[in-house]
Design a protein. Structure first.
Length: 211
């Protein structure tokens, strides 16, 4: 008798649970359907540099540098007087000061994405190097800096040696204008340097006097 009652109670409990099972399953499916799908966004930062400083009235000579070799570039207008061609070169003469942002379409095969390019056009503020002669000693390390006076505030100058054969043996001049290295021999060297400030460039001669 006790066994019969136990079976009856167990059967009633199972019947009570059955109506709840489809609901739980339904809820599980509903939750899974409500989850947002995961999409991999195409890479949009495909350029080494996206902000360019140029000077009003000075011909632009710069280019976009993609991280990958197989990126194609769509031509675009970037700022008044400044355009971009399909080779990634910036052309033209900036017409007025200001900050201009424009989307540029970059593609890898059929995968295309817009990359915002910012052109900062600065007023033409005259500048000049503050010192161009630097003494040194054989066997002692150079630690000098080529500096400029004037130019737009907050825009660093860039320096490039146009004839590396003119540098004394053991001496270097970096793109930030720092003179370093240890000269091996005495002598006077006249090194041609190109200095650019926001696209406003000039050639100068730096004299290194090693004794």
């Amino acid at each position: 008798m006790r066994l019969t009652w136990a079976l009856v109670v167990a059967g009633l409990g199972l019947c009570a649970l059955l109506p709840t099972l489809p609901t739980a399953a339904t809820r599980t499916v509903a939750v899974s359907r409500d989850l947002p799908a995961v999409h991999m966004d195409p890479p949009t930062k495909r350029l080494v540099e996206t902000v360019f400083y140029v000077t009003q009235g000075i011909e632009v000579d710069d280019r976009l540098l993609p991280f990958e070799d197989d990126v194609t570039i769509r031509p675009a207008a970037l700022a008044p007087g400044v355009t971009l061609d399909d080779a990634g070169r910036l052309h033209g003469i900036p017409q007025r000061p200001g900050t201009f942002a424009a989307p540029v379409q970059l593609c890898r095969g059929q995968d295309c994405a817009d990359q915002q390019i910012t052109i900062v056009v600065l007023r033409n503020v005259p500048w000049q190097p503050s010192r161009l002669a630097f003494p040194g000693e054989v066997g002692n390390r150079y630690d000098e800096q080529i500096e400029i006076e004037g130019g737009p505030v907050g825009v660093p100058a860039t320096f490039s040696v146009t004839d590396h054969g003119k540098l004394p043996e053991g001496v270097t001049i970096g793109p930030d204008g720092h003179i370093g290295g240890i000269p091996d021999a005495a002598g006077v060297s006249e090194v041609p340097i190109r200095i650019c400030v926001a696209g406003n460039c000039a050639g100068v001669v730096v004299t290194l006097i090693v004794v």
